[in-house]
Write a protein that binds this ligand. Structure first.
Ligand SMILES: Cc1cc2nc3c(=O)[nH]c(=O)nc-3n(C[C@H](O)[C@H](O)[C@H](O)COP(=O)(O)O)c2cc1C
Length: 388
């Protein structure tokens, strides 16, 4: 396991998690990486670490450059265990190293993770000289936990961004100009949608902090390092954090006997007839983390559930729970509920209530059809959408 030099004297010493397919419910079809960076200067500095189950791999990569006992400083940009989990293993080799974490939340919480070690809190505007280079700390609270921060090296113009601008993307290549661009940007979008969509305000604040610094490389905590497409990823973060949507629709549903599915097809076709491109997703066949990625940039959402046992289908309930958590609560997003039922038909109203709780504006009153939809009932749905 070798380190990869990303700039003279600065090495990627991270871990590639080829087989990761589920990251707390987010389906990670392309695996991931936990990126750590070693800076060789008067003070040898490690920026972030890796999940504890990969502690041997990170130690090997560090050892390919220096004896880990020589590490002076460890910067913990984020406490979550995928970035900090190998701290105890590394600290056993370099017990005198100092760990830097964001104030107040990193400093307050890190002992609960790793016990009594040499921690030092840093805040906005603080900087640390490591020899020829300086590290400046930029707190970015809630991007993605209260302790999250960026670390910027002005001499190298590198931003160590941790979760910001990251992607779950396993690759032996380290840079954005070495991998397929559209795949990379899709994974960056999927990451933003599934991890950061609810923190648009905080993402905007983080972007404004970057306006005053010159960044030539964004060394992320997951996936690929940005060096050739920095303006594109920063522009997309601006759009995503401001909730920019296109006039497109996402139709999400589950069905037991295809009645709700017939409604979903009719709705999808009706959108298309209104020149609103639409995509339809059966929750049995599609993962909620892929659907949420579509929803991030689309203005319209229709959600359908038949009634089962006086309520919503569990797949739809799970999707709505995920949506409510991640939703940026942006009133410009438009939604409606639909579904088939046999007698009570409670599910459709419940879906509508959940869409309201997720912050959507109800665009059409809920559409309820008893049993199998007739031709006339389906035509009425089309009319409703075309005439709205
Ligand atoms: C297991 C089961 C439970 C159901 N429970 C209810 C119910 O509590 N209330 C109701 O209105 N309809 C209930 N129904 C009827 C369905 O909602 C109805 O058949 C509907 O048309 C199914 O739509 P679908 O074809 O999209 O699955 C139930 C159906 C099944 C199979």
């Amino acid at each position: 396991m070798q380190a990869v030099e990303i700039k003279k004297g600065i090495y990627w010493v991270g871990v590639i998690d080829w087989n990761l397919r589920n990251f707390h419910g987010y389906q990670t079809g392309r695996g991931s990486s936990y990126n750590a960076y070693l800076i060789i200067d008067e003070k040898i500095t490690l920026i972030d670490t890796a999940k504890v189950n990969f502690k041997d791999e990170i130690m090997e990569r560090i050892s390919s450059i220096i004896d880990p006992a020589k590490i002076d400083y460890i910067i913990c940009n984020h406490l979550e265990q995928d970035h900090s989990g190998s701290i105890p293993t590394i600290m056993k080799k370099c017990p005198n190293a100092q760990i830097f974490t964001c104030m107040p939340n990193g400093l307050k919480n890190i002992p609960k993770f790793y016990g009594d070690l040499a921690y030092k809190g840093v805040k906005a505007g603080d900087s640390l000289s490591i020899g020829k280079r300086t590290l400046q700390f930029i707190p970015v609270p809630m991007l993605h936990w209260p302790d999250s921060m960026f670390t910027y090296c002005p001499e190298e113009k590198i931003l160590f961004s941790n979760d910001g601008f990251g992607q779950h993307f396993a690759s032996t290549e380290r840079f954005d100009d070495q991998v397929d661009f559209s795949t990379l940007m899709y994974e960056a979008k999927k990451y933003y949608a599934n991890i950061l969509m609810l923190y648009g305000r905080q993402a905007k604040t983080a972007l404004s902090a970057l306006k005053d610094i010159d960044v030539k490389m964004i060394a992320t905590g997951h996936g690929i390092i940005w060096r050739s497409h920095i303006s594109e990823i920063v522009e997309n973060y601006r759009k995503w954090s401001e909730g920019e949507t296109s006039d497109e629709a996402v139709v999400v549903y589950d069905t037991m006997w295809h009645s709700t599915e017939k409604m979903a097809r009719t709705i999808t076709e009706a959108f298309a007839r209104r020149n609103i491109p639409a995509k339809m997703y059966d929750l049995k066949e599609n993962h909620i983390s892929d659907i949420i990625t579509e929803i991030l940039t689309k203005k319209y959402l229709a959600v359908g559930s038949p009634t089962i046992n006086n309520t919503i289908m569990p797949t739809v309930a799970s999707f709505l729970c995920y949506l409510r958590g991640l939703s940026p609560k942006d009133k410009n997003r438009l939604a409606f509920a639909f579904g088939s039922y046999g007698w009570g038909g409670q599910s459709i109203g419940e879906v509508e209530d959940e869409l309201k709780k997720a912050g959507f504006t109800i665009w059409l009153d809920k559409i309820r059809i008893k049993n199998i939809p007739s031709k006339e009932e389906l035509e009425n749905i089309t009319k409703l959408i075309l005439e709205k």
